[in-house]
Design a protein around this ligand. Structure first.
Ligand code: ATP
Length: 506
């Protein structure tokens, strides 16, 4: 991870926000290569979800429209959605080190005998605890691991917090709301308090009626949105994995209650296929179904798609959640706003009549508040995933590392190099560059040795470099170097366009 973070800074993928002022915890800036990569991931999601959505069970593309809703909404929205009262994490403080932890992110070594001290450590950090036990001269095998919420608060006096010397320094858990607050207008008064959205999903529920009334959509259909979300995370960590300002890609799929289970399975499969289409190795992705006690009270089912991050290795961490939310959100907004969210399903009514159902069943099938399946992924977390997946150490190369992005995601598709900056070579190289720059993201570079230029492109993850050399003026061909194999071969200048077009599709 340290090497990846340093490459990201060195090569302009991700910078700490407010870097020259010492940074600001939980915030990041995306540099020239980072924003290019992020936009390519975003565009792939939008294309795959809104412009060219998947084929549904009936053989036709499913119907999805896009949306871009405001980040700040009427604060009543967050009351209705449950975020004002419920969107909080239980936190414990260490009175000795002044550090604050999410209660469910602390693991605990508990003596199997039930007697003696317990040792807390941040999740997924077994090395830390091994060192601590060694220091305390305690045998690891005499302990078992649980999470902090599993023990009663009355036993906290026997817990040694991470980095603390003494037991009993952890406070009982307190709820900490994750929403960022702001004030609207000139007066800083409670009545003018508003929130930065902690998820993009609610903006979609707010516009469900608008979309239904203005677009010619029928249930089942979806509304998709990509945008910034803000959470005052107590412990932002693992680079951009958990930050306080991040981007989400969310789809709310509205369907008849009877079909929700079928669509839940459909979206589960489709979302995994999309992640695989980004070139992520299937061995690094898993589904993790939520246990019944993990589900929100309104949710019927939830599954996470998890990725094997370097900091969770050999385990996995969340990348996207796919939730069956029932009609919880639309019902909550109907109750709070007094706007009817019911849908009249003419086709279902006809079908029910034809099937000879009784009056009550016909009414139930044709008038309902739709159920919702929600695939909710992180865009900035997707960027991290693609960076981790692409990062390939290679001691044989001058750069020592190659970023193996798929050609259609790479921030720079190809580089055009004149071997030397004279003898007419720059003119030919610029000609190729000028001709193709409208179609591909190209970089023209005539400085430094060719080896140094290749090394820069390996770190930037540029899949192809075209070099114009002394033979080019005679044979009208160039050398193309493949980033992944470092192999080179010659192709005709006229074929460069076709070559790149083919690679972008693969
Ligand atoms: P967690 O339990 O880890 O706090 P969550 O389950 O609340 O996360 P969701 O509300 O389901 O997360 O958000 C959907 C997606 O948004 C997540 O799968 C993740 O990719 C992304 N996401 C959520 N919180 C953050 C964050 N603080 N930083 C970056 N991405 C995030």
């Amino acid at each position: 991870m340290d090497e990846l973070v340093s490459l990201c800074k060195r090569r302009g993928f991700v910078f700490p926000a407010s870097d020259i002022y010492g940074g600001i915890n939980g915030f990041w800036d995306y540099g020239p290569l980072g924003v290019a990569l992020k936009n390519n991931i975003r565009d792939s999601w939008w294309r795959n979800t809104v412009e060219c959505p998947p084929i549904g069970p009936d053989g036709e593309p499913v119907s999805i429209v896009g949306l871009d809703s405001a980040i700040i909404q009427n604060p009543k929205v967050w009351k209705a959605s449950g975020h004002v009262d419920g969107f909080s994490d239980p936190m414990v403080d260490c009175t000795e080190t002044k550090k604050r932890y999410r209660q469910d992110h602390l693991e605990l070594l508990v003596p199997k005998s039930g007697e003696g001290l317990m040792y807390a450590f941040p999740e997924n950090q077994p090395d830390l605890i091994a060192a601590k036990l060694k220091q305390a001269r305690v045998d690891h095998s005499l302990f078992e691991t649980v999470t902090l919420p599993e023990i009663p608060v009355s036993s906290y006096d026997r817990v040694v917090a991470p980095d603390s010397k003494n037991a009993g320094t952890l406070t009982p858990p307190r709820a900490f709301n994750l929403m960022f607050e702001t004030y609207i207008g000139a007066i800083r008064h409670e009545d003018h308090k508003a929130y930065l959205r902690p998820e993009t999903a609610q903006g979609i529920f707010l516009n469900y009626k608008n979309v239904l009334d203005t677009m010619r959509v029928k249930i089942p259909f979806g509304i998709a949105q990509i945008g910034k979300s803000f959470r005052n995370e107590v412990a932002p960590k693992n680079f951009i994995f958990r930050s306080r300002e991040f981007e989400q890609m969310e789809l709310e799929w509205f369907c008849p209650p009877d079909e929700a289970q079928t669509w839940y399975q459909f979206w589960k499969e489709q979302r995994m296929l999309w992640w695989l289409s980004l070139g992520i190795n299937a061995n690094n992705l898993i589904f993790r179904d939520h246990d019944a006690d993990e589900l929100a009270h309104y949710s019927n089912a939830c599954v996470d798609i998890e990725y094997r991050y370097p900091f969770t290795f050999p385990g996995f961490g969340e990348l996207e959640g796919i939730a069956h939310r029932g009609n919880y959100d639309l019902t909550a907004h109907q109750n709070h706003s007094r706007t009817k969210m019911e849908y009249f399903d003419q086709a279902a009514q006809l079908a029910a009549k034809e099937a000879g159902l009784d009056k009550e069943d016909i009414a139930r099938k044709s008038r309902y508040i739709p159920h919702v399946i929600e695939p909710a992924g992180g865009l900035t977390r997707a960027l991290l995933t693609i960076l981790c997946e692409a990062f390939t150490p290679d001691e044989t190369r001058p750069s020592k590392v190659v970023m193996k992005f798929k050609p259609n995601l790479a921030p720079i598709t190809a580089a055009i190099f004149p071997l030397i900056n004279k003898d007419g070579l720059p003119e030919i190289a610029r000609g190729i560059y000028q001709k193709l720059r409208q179609k591909y993201t190209l970089q023209y570079d005539a400085k430094q040795s060719i080896g140094k230029r290749y090394a820069r492109m390996d770190e930037a993850g540029t899949p192809y470099c075209f070099t114009i050399d002394g033979d080019t003026p005679q044979d009208h061909s160039v050398t193309v170097r493949d980033r992944d194999t470092a192999e080179q071969h010659r192709i005709a200048i006229d074929r460069v366009d076709e070559f790149l077009a083919e690679k972008m599709l693969s």
